[in-house]
Design a protein around this ligand. Structure first.
Ligand code: AKB
Length: 336
């Protein structure tokens, strides 16, 4: 399945691009890689990750390279083999996992970024994409309609690394002219791959548990509002930003990006429209403190103005699509 119109794919084909996706087996990477392969042709998009892909579609649709983003030699060899024109560097330790091993999270998130930016400069790569996050904000950031430019006092190692990374991306653009582009993702929700180690992960898990057990114990409190986004919108935003003319990209640290905001109680109510006997209970853990330090809603007017960003999915549209697709996947797994 592709989320884009056939005409768009057709016009993007045969553009002579060579694309590298680092972190291609992750939640976003596995879907983004397939979209990019639809656009540029499977052979022109290299999926790279520290571990081999589990998804057959990812394995079968184009080249895979095992890489460790902390290994500069490994990166350099890959770059001279493929002569990349674009790099999507998605590999990172997320907010919840990062708190368990802060020094490693810092090393992977920061050194990994430097290695990619330096390799992109050395190899004259045209464009680099690097994801930031709502985790760059902290307890003193305005929590409602959080502006593009505002107080940022992140208190997770993930958030600190994303904030520092944003500054470095802008620095490489201003000092060296490297065309780096970035989005501050909210929590991402999709049915094709599971997220790993984030504070917003409950909003994926809840759909699986609703179908499997009709019950879910949430690790956040019932009224914890967080900004979220359905995967097709995240792919649309990422590809939209990367294909916008460079002169339209006015924000060179990272764009605020927004689609939906909801609480665990609200997502449960949305699921109950399809599964009336679904039950949610609450047992907040250490991730509550992280969630409570993040914004509830985001002002993404800069992205809308500069390159025409607009989301398609609200909470109920996402729930309907998630449940229908997960049901299909689970039914197919039983048949096999
Ligand atoms: C996380 O929860 O750590 C991520 C994020 C918001 O960047 N999903």
């Amino acid at each position: 399945m592709t989320y884009f119109a056939a005409e768009f794919i057709f016009t993007m084909a045969n553009t002579g691009e060579a694309v590298l996706v680092i972190g291609a087996c992750g939640q976003l990477g596995s879907e983004l890689t397939l979209e990019l392969r639809n656009m540029y042709g499977g052979a022109n998009v290299v999926a790279a990750d520290i571990s081999a892909p589990k998804q057959a579609a990812l394995q079968e649709s184009g080249p895979f390279e095992k890489i460790d983003v902390l290994d500069t030699q490994n990166l350099r060899e890959l770059a001279s083999k493929y002569k990349f024109t674009q790099i999507y560097h998605l590999a990172a330790v997320l907010s919840a996992t990062g708190e368990k091993n802060p020094k490693f999270a810092w090393r992977l998130n920061m050194d990994g970024l430097f290695n990619v930016l330096d390799m992109a400069l050395e190899q004259k790569v045209n464009k680099v994409y690097w994801p930031s996050s709502i985790a760059v904000f902290g307890p003193n950031t305005p929590r409602h309609n959080t502006p593009q430019l505002t107080v940022m006092d992140p208190n997770t190692v993930y958030g600190i690394s994303k904030q520092a990374g944003e500054r470095w991306c802008e620095y490489y653009f201003l000092k060296y002219g490297l065309d780096v582009r970035s989005l501050r993702y909210p929590g991402l929700i999709g049915y094709k791959a599971l997220p790993g180690g984030g504070t917003t992960d409950y909003a994926v898990d809840i759909y699986h548990k609703a179908l499997e057990q009709k019950a879910y114990e949430c690790f956040l409190g019932e009224n914890t509002y967080l900004p979220m986004m359905y995967m097709p919108d995240a792919l649309k935003a990422t590809i939209g930003l990367m294909h916008a003319p460079a002169e339209q990209i006015k924000v060179r640290d990272s764009y605020n990006l927004s689609a939906i905001s909801f609480s665990p109680k609200e997502i449960a109510a949305s699921i109950q429209k399809h599964i009336p006997d679904f039950k949610i209970t609450y047992n907040p853990d250490y991730r509550q403190q992280i969630a409570s330090s993040w914004p509830q809603t985001i002002d993404d007017s800069a992205a809308r103005q500069d390159w025409g960003w607009q989301p398609n999915y609200d909470l109920d549209a996402m729930t309907e699509d998630m449940l229908a697709n997960l049901k299909k996947i689970k039914a197919e797994a039983i048949v096999r």
